[in-house]
Design a protein around this ligand. Structure first.
Ligand code: C2E
Ligand code: CA
Ligand code: CA
Ligand code: CA
Length: 280
């Protein structure tokens, strides 16, 4: 009986790791998707609030799985990050995004000055040869560096401040733009803002959604816009969903706005259709 119970427990053990097995399976699938270059890049427009023109698109990765369908980034970015696959993933996104933007600039569709912003994972940012990788990708795509913006999070920027300043300087000397993503949700110290050679702040969506519900959120958004202006940084609002929010941002001189109000992240063909419908 004793023995049987032990055996029972022994054989039960693997069941507890079902999540791990699934994780291994996911990792293997993701690895395969990367090898086969199966990831897609969607584009979400960013609107210049004064001219109301599309000045930039954010590149957002999607995984089109044969049986799972379109897997959103929250379901595989953390895994990619843990396994290191994010480096390869990030390079594929950069390569696709740069090539696509170059194509849109060259097509006669009014996007000659279009920029692209690409999310950089903390692990990518820690790669010593990142500037060389980016330089090569830009060269291969034929895209000028000033049309590429890299979005990094506060926490990634804060991990090794002195080293990161050097890295950011190197990227900036290449002509690439840098923005701080999800601004306001991460590290509380603002002193790094004057030390870091950055170009823009992206106000986190959580503050934008509260503009008309919570006076504190409106006050924070306002303060971030003023802070950005003072530091001569561009400021973009993320997650703009209503006309009221957009009006507020226009009136408070937020430079750019991005969100479902204008358009969701779209595959390239859909973005071209969207552009015809919305920008003529
Ligand atoms: P993020 O960089 O903050 O990207 C913005 C996210 O907000 C996107 O989700 C976008 O679809 C969503 N969004 C945009 N406008 C609105 C809105 O008006 N309302 C709401 N509710 N949501 C809005 P998505 O595409 O699912 O991406 C989630 C996160 O995954 C991104 O957050 C980013 O952190 C990460 N991610 C996506 N693509 C990449 C990538 O290529 N590399 C890396 N390292 N991370 C990526
Ligand atoms: Ca053109
Ligand atoms: Ca982002
Ligand atoms: Ca963000």
């Amino acid at each position: 009986k004793q023995q049987g119970r032990n055996n029972f427990q022994y054989y039960m053990a693997p069941e507890k790791t079902e999540a791990q097995i699934e994780r291994f399976a996911m990792e293997a699938m993701l690895r395969k998707a990367l090898e086969r270059d199966e990831l897609l890049v969607y584009y979400q427009p960013r609107i210049h609030t004064k001219s109301e023109k599309v000045v930039c698109v954010e590149a957002l990765v999607r995984w089109q799985h044969p049986t799972l369908g379109v897997v959103p980034p929250k379901d595989f970015i953390p895994l990619a990050e843990e396994t290191g696959l994010i480096v390869q993933l990030g390079e594929q996104v950069l390569r696709k995004a740069c090539a696509q933007i170059k194509k849109w600039q060259d097509d006669d569709i009014g996007l000659d000055e279009l920029s692209v912003s690409v999310n950089l994972s903390p692990l990518q940012f820690r790669q010593q040869h990142l500037p060389a990788v980016i330089a090569r990708i830009l060269r291969q795509a034929g895209l000028k560096p000033q049309y590429l913006e890299l979005e990094i999070t506060e926490s990634a920027a804060m991990q090794n401040v002195n080293r990161n300043i050097l890295m950011l300087r190197e990227l900036k000397e290449m002509g690439v733009k840098i923005s701080i993503d999800d601004f306001g949700t991460g590290y509380s110290s603002l002193s790094y803002l004057k030390k870091f050679p950055i170009d823009a702040l992206k106000v986190d969506r959580s503050f934008i959604s509260g503009i008309h519900e919570d006076p504190d959120d409106a006050a924070i958004v306002n303060a971030i816009i003023v802070l950005a202006k003072t530091l001569k940084l561009k400021v973009t609002a993320e997650g703009v969903e209503t006309e009221e929010q957009y009006l507020y941002l226009q009136q408070h001189h937020c430079d750019e706005a991005q969100g479902y109000l204008f358009g969701k992240p779209m595959p390239p063909e859909t973005f071209e259709e969207w552009l015809k419908l919305n920008m003529t």
